[in-house]
Design a protein around this ligand. Sequence first.
Ligand code: VG1
Ligand code: CO
Length: 543
Amino acid sequence: MPMQTVRTNPIEGQKPGTSGLRKKTAIFMRPHYLENYVQATFDGIGGVAGKTLVIGGDGRYFNQRAIQVILRMAAANQAKHCIVGQDGILSTPAASNLIRTRGADGGLILSASHNPGGPEADFGLKFNGPNGGPATEGVTDKIFECTKSIEVYKIAASPDANISDLGTGDMNGMTVEVIDPIAAYTTAVEKLFDFAKIRALFASGFSMRFDAMHAVTGPYAHAILEGVLGAPSGTVINGTPSPDFGGGHPDPNPIWAKELMDEMHGPAAPDFGAASDGDGDRNMIVGRNCYVTPSDSLALLAAKAHLAPGYKDGLAGVARSMPTSRAVDRVAESLGIACYETPTGWKFFGNLLDAGKATLCGEESAGTGSDHVREKDGLWAVLLWLNILAETGQSVSDLMAELWASHGRCYYSRLDYEDVDSDKAGAMMDALRAKLPDLAGRKIGDVVCEMADEFAYDDPVDGSRSTGQGIRLILKGGGRAIFRLSGTGTAGSTIRVYLEQLETDPSKLKMEPAQALAQVRAAALGISDLEAITGRSAPDVVT
Ligand code: VG1
Ligand code: CO
């Protein structure tokens, strides 16, 4: 079958961010744009000749067409075998699982995660390595270098592969295997949890609402929660994936999952609520009248994971991204296990998981996961919560109250200033960076700064160093304020300000978070001059 070598020129700005390359869909659909990035990815990983790749995405607009392009390019670059989710669907954790269980050389995941989808919205593509995890910084650097020097890409002139029917086909000598995206994932998580106990919990009348936000976890949640675990139908809402996520923002937080939040705080609230994002790697947990911050969820899961069969021998260690609250550090200390602090982005957990140094990992942005895959896993977190609820018989709010009473409470909030003029965002960070050397010991507003620096990470496994990972101010009395620029936005710059305040006084564990964080917030906004420099008087999103 004919194969084309197409001459091309580098396209500026194809630099992968926090998790892959994320751009407006219309940009991805420009002539040669996707092709250039895919070829740069293939070249950056040393070619794909003879290799096996897993391919799938979150079903957003352009997903299927992009998969056909990637398949033709993989065939022309002499890949041996592509494993594709039926209809092009694979959640991010399911793709990670497949790469691992099938011994693939890597995978391409098509998603812009929690960013909206559709012709006017966002698209994304990321490469995951043979361990199933997001490409390391070393690999993404190589891919980026290739985007700058690319001269040709290779593509087979073959008709579309049939990816709607399960089975095996051929494209230009490459095997295209279409698999059930749910079955292998279910097998992987089933081993970790006491499904009989969770089934008994639902049978006893325990009620739950899972909001799939019109995104990829819908089919997984229907199959596992309502199918295997016997939750009544109607437990899963918004469970059919749509190319534009029902016109919504598939980001599981109190702002974008408002429908669920309202129900959980209403008169007929179910016992347990949860939501997941576009590609199924994030989770939100909410009890009856009780929103659980992702940082607190990580801490609770670390404290109770041993109640689930997959973790019955305890945890080797835990890891959190730097801006994630230090609640899990306190749990790790009481368990006598190590706690690692990494830069933002799941790729930094890969080495710790591979080396057996950490069992559980998490981020403040609603990501939690374990060593069962190399991505965060939304449904996994929900299942672990269910296992803990079934085992303890306690409510979500009782579990949280108990955790705070024993370990203190880390009040936490994140302010997002979106689509800020990039020069202004850069200027704000530069100005703050310049102040860092003089901040230690100084009073900022009503609080005293104990330490101020720009976070850098030395990977304890491979010795690599990552610099410029966020400015942090550690405050006396258990406070922290962190500033970083997002690496997943597609318009201007997004400034994230993370606020944290530890409280151990038993009489102050039920405050309004905004009140508990007022001093830290005033200090952060004061010292950074954020509002004056960017011209923004309020954040766009507060979580
Ligand atoms: C955000 C989150 C980060 C997460 C990343 C990918 O990155 O803050 O914690 O790992 O999204 O998540 P940033 O650079 O915008 O802050 V997902 O669910 O989009 O793959
Ligand atoms: Co995601």
